[in-house]
Design a protein around this ligand. Structure first.
Ligand code: SF4
Length: 92
C-alpha cells in the first residue's frame, strides 16, 4: 500500500498516517470502537437517524472499509497534522 502512495503521491488522498491506521494489524482497534457515531449524524431519506453509521443497523464493523473512521481517529483523536492538511485538501 505504501509503495502505491509513494508512486502515485497525492493522487491517493489518504495520507500515510491514515493508511497506517487502516492496516489489518491496526484497523480493528478503530473499527470496533468506531468514532463515527459520535462525530457524524447519518440520516435516512425520511430524516430519521441511522445508527451506527450510514450503513444502518446491519453494519458489520469487523469488515468495515470506510475511510472516515480512520480520518476521524487520525485528525481528531491523534491530532496527526499531516492528516488534517490532507483532509482539508480532499474534502474542501
Ligand atoms: S461500519 Fe464502519 S463506519 Fe460504520 S460504525 Fe462500523 S466501523 Fe464505523
Amino acid at each position: 500500500m505504501f509503495h502505491l502512495k509513494k508512486k502515485y503521491k497525492n493522487f491517493l488522498l489518504n495520507p500515510k498516517p491514515v493508511l497506517d491506521l487502516m492496516l489489518s494489524k491496526n484497523s480493528k482497534d478503530i473499527t470496533m470502537n468506531c468514532p463515527l457515531p459520535k462525530a457524524v449524524v447519518c440520516l435516512d431519506p425520511l430524516g430519521k437517524r441511522k445508527l451506527p453509521c450510514v450503513i444502518g443497523e446491519k453494519a458489520d464493523c469487523s469488515k468495515c472499509g470506510c475511510i472516515i473512521p480512520f480520518f476521524i481517529e487520525s485528525v481528531i483523536k491523534r491530532k496527526q497534522i499531516k492528516s488534517l492538511y490532507s483532509t482539508k485538501k480532499g474534502f474542501t
